[in-house]
Write a protein that binds this ligand. Structure first.
Ligand code: T3D
Length: 262
């Protein structure tokens, strides 16, 4: 399929999604949502995929909702609960369910839903010049696209509150120091570092990585007791995988493991 607002391909187990409206800092339009939905459907149907790499084209990562689509001329108004349930929430739910790692290379400013879309990834690497802005309150909104869920969990209530109320940019270095993201790297190293990570993940024991996602994300709402039971159940699945067998065999034979992802 040919896309107008994104770039998307899958090569040797690595899926690459690039938001591609650089002139408008890759802000989300209805068309872009439609194309991302199509890419997600392709991803969900392709059992060969072992890692998803997300980035933005040009100098920005994503400036959130394209506000020209929300211009309220002539007394027009929008039901934003409806636009969220139509476009953003299904996408975030689908991303969370992907049974392999999502790596996000934040190449520039990530604002509004663009910031929270980045934070929906499992491993987030940002260029030093990138920034994160929970920009919503500047236009009279609350953080959406999962922001009010992930922010207090990643950085604590005090910082989540200030980020949301003040809508000030957080530098990539600060984001790393706060634990909002995993890593900040020099601008000229972003693609190289991301490619190396993605390559490594594409030959990792994917089944186990998918189960790790399930365990970590579920732990945020579980009691200790419930989590221990969940770990036992997920470990049963991991223990039945081809990769566990290969991992142990390779260790005993003193050779690198060749994981197939199942
Ligand atoms: O469905 C729903 O509506 C509910 C969901 C809402 C989710 C949301 O994301 S709400 C938040 C929407 N986003 C914003 O409010 C951010 C708006 N953008 C900015 O504040 C700034 O652009 C940035 C701080 C992100 C970056 O500033 P800067 O100075 O680096 O760039 P710029 O000059 O402002 O932007 C460059 C171009 O991109 C410019 O276009 P032009 O003048 O060169 O033709 C600018 O208008 C355009 N652009 C940037 N962000 C958006 C945008 N165009 C449309 N919508 C945008 N969000």
């Amino acid at each position: 399929m040919t896309y107008q607002t994104i770039l998307f391909d899958i090569v040797e187990g690595i899926a690459r999604l690039t938001l591609n409206r650089p002139d408008k800092l890759n802000s989300f339009t209805g068309k872009m949502h439609e194309e991302i939905r199509s890419a997600m459907t392709t991803l969900e149907a392709d059992a060969s995929v072992r890692v998803l790499r997300i980035t933005g084209a040009g100098r920005g990562f994503c400036a959130g909702q394209d506000l020209t689509e929300r211009a309220m001329t002539g007394g027009q108004s929008f039901d934003l609960a409806s636009t969220l349930e139509t476009h953003y929430n299904p996408l975030l739910r689908r991303l969370r369910k992907l049974p392999y790692p999502i790596v996000c290379a934040v190449n520039g400013v990530a604002a509004g839903a663009g910031c929270n879309f980045a934070l929906a990834s499992d491993l987030i690497i940002a260029a030093k010049s990138a920034s994160f802005i929970e920009v919503f309150s500047r236009i009279g909104l609350i953080p959406d696209a999962g922001g009010t869920y992930v922010l207090p969990r990643l950085v604590g209530t005090a910082r989540a509150m200030a980020l949301s109320m003040l809508a000030e940019p957080v530098s990539a270095e600060q984001a790393e120091a706060w634990g909002l993201i995993w890593k900040c790297v020099p601008d000229d190293k972003l693609q190289e570092v991301t490619d190396a990570l993605v390559q490594k993940l594409s030959i990792a024991p994917t089944k186990a990585l998918g189960l790790i996602k399930k365990a970590i994300y579920n732990s945020l709402g579980n009691s200790y007791d419930t989590q221990l039971t969940l770990e036992a159940n997920l470990q049963r699945e991991a223990g039945n995988s081809e990769d566990f067998k290969e991992g142990v065999t390779a260790f005993l034979e003193k050779r690198p493991a060749r994981f197939v992802g199942r």
